[in-house]
Write a protein that binds this ligand. Structure first.
Ligand code: URA
Length: 437
């Protein structure tokens, strides 16, 4: 393999063969491809794209660059859900135990926060003792015993993607639909799944801000995953406003526990959780129809079975027992909780959702560099939604912070992120589209 010949072919707009893609990918893992060559390859792909066959080849090659998990001894279907990332996106925390309660097995390998979006593994690290990097044996044991385990990414899954992603991140080549598709799916395929549901977020708080772009990514993911042997349905869901009314790590775990126990269950969140979970039960052949799936899922919530799976998973991965009974006995609240009043009263007509996510980053709850530590306790709760009337009795949000300076900064940033009054943008449905191949 001569890396520069492969780069040259892509630079000149030619289709790459699966063998060339496999050889280049192997070079990413064994360092035969230099950093400069990987960057040039990514830029050539950025400009000239990859067709579906090339995306499938890259996905499979990156999957095979490391360990591919096997779940032969699971008594039920092995299923997973993945999101492209958003603000107040606690969906994974609910879907995993709900599917487990309905007979599925969910080995969820989740990511850390990226830019303004929160990361599921960061959220679970809010729970004292919870280990997001267990041994593979421990991970498998919890999946088998409980039906779900949510952990962080491991270096031995798709190492070629890890290297290429790091180079893309610093060479302005993240935003390539082909590379994003292969990157996400290589890790999911390495997880050894039988079916996947993708949640492609769309709106001001998502990486795909427009519906056409979100649809392009969703179609790419559904086609490439299925082409690589992983039956996948992709949903496009709204991210023009926070999905949960909480954003931050500890506060989102508390929100998810409230949802699972039925303490509060907001409609938009419920729609997304039910749509994705229903699809997983159908893909896993655990339900015969959409209506039956919804009934099973509602029963798993109403009976407490889903909450119980969450509890058992937390304990199985090193966290406290009975976390759902009193989460705040175990998790730490930020010392200050202060209401952010709007500058004037009126209806919320638009939200810069990315800016809301960046408030959490500014508070220290997210990262500006991958190696940064985060403060799990900070964040926002009681976030007003589009259409809510805010004023003296209804703040825009409550900020959870450590210092007066943080409260003042967050107050200014949240006020700037919300438009109050003026012409309202029509509120979109929470689930915008469902894409299959
Ligand atoms: N998430 C990934 O895992 N890869 C990408 O390329 C983008 C988002």
């Amino acid at each position: 393999m001569i890396p520069q010949e492969i780069i040259r072919a892509k630079r000149d707009g030619h289709e790459l063969g699966a063998d060339d893609i496999a050889a280049f990918t192997a070079g990413l893992t064994n360092d035969k491809v230099t950093e400069g060559q990987a960057a040039a390859f990514a830029m050539a792909v950025y400009f000239n794209g990859l067709n579906i066959a090339e995306r499938v080849a890259l996905t499979k090659a990156m999957r095979d660059s490391g360990t591919v998990l096997r779940w032969d001894d699971m008594p039920g279907p092995v299923l997973d859900k993945h999101s492209t990332g958003g603000v107040g996106d606690t969906v994974s925390l609910m879907v995993a135990p709900m599917i487990a309660a309905c007979g599925g097995y969910v080995p969820m390998i989740s990511g850390r926060g990226l830019g303004h979006t929160g990361g599921t593994s960061d959220k679970f690290e809010s729970i004292p003792g919870y280990v997001t990097t267990p041994s593979m044996d421990a991970f498998k044991a919890v999946v088998r015993d409980v039906g779900c385990a949510v952990i962080g990414s491991t270096p031995d899954l798709a190492p070629a993607d890890r290297r290429l992603y790091g180079i893309r991140d610093v060479t302005a080549t993240i935003e390539s639909i082909g590379l994003i598709t292969a990157s996400i799916l290589s890790k999911k395929l390495a997880g050894g799944l039988q079916a996947l549901v993708m949640d492609v977020k769309c709106g001001s708080g998502a990486f795909m801000t427009t519906l056409p772009k979100a649809r392009e990514l969703a179609q790419s993911i559904a086609k490439v995953a299925t082409g690589a042997g992983l039956p996948t349905t992709a949903f496009i869901t709204d991210m023009d406003q926070p999905l949960a009314n909480a954003a931050g790590n500890t506060v989102e775990v508390a929100y998810a526990i409230d949802y699972l126990t039925g303490t509060r269950r907001e409609q938009r969140m419920h729609e997304v959780v039910m749509a994705l979970s229903t699809e997983l039960l159908l893909l896993g052949k655990l339900s015969k129809s959409k209506a039956a799936a919804r009934t099973q899922l509602q029963a798993a919530l109403d009976s407490g079975a889903a909450a119980e799976r969450f509890d058992k998973m937390v304990a199985g991965l090193g966290g406290p027992k009975n976390v759902i009974e009193d989460p705040w006995k175990h998790m730490t609240r930020a010392p200050q909780q202060v209401a952010i009043a709007p500058l004037h009263a009126g209806p919320v007509t638009a939200i810069d959702n990315r800016a809301v996510g960046m408030v959490v980053v500014a508070l220290g709850g997210g990262r500006t560099r991958p190696q940064d530590p985060i403060d799990h306790a900070v964040g926002l709760t009681s976030l007003a939604a589009i259409g809510d009337t805010v004023g003296p009795d209804r703040p825009l949000a409550i900020v959870h912070a450590r210092t007066d300076g943080q409260v003042a900064e967050a107050t200014n940033l949240v006020r700037a992120a919300y438009r109050v009054g003026g012409r309202a943008k029509p509120t979109r449905a929470a689930v915008l589209d469902r894409i299959t191949v």
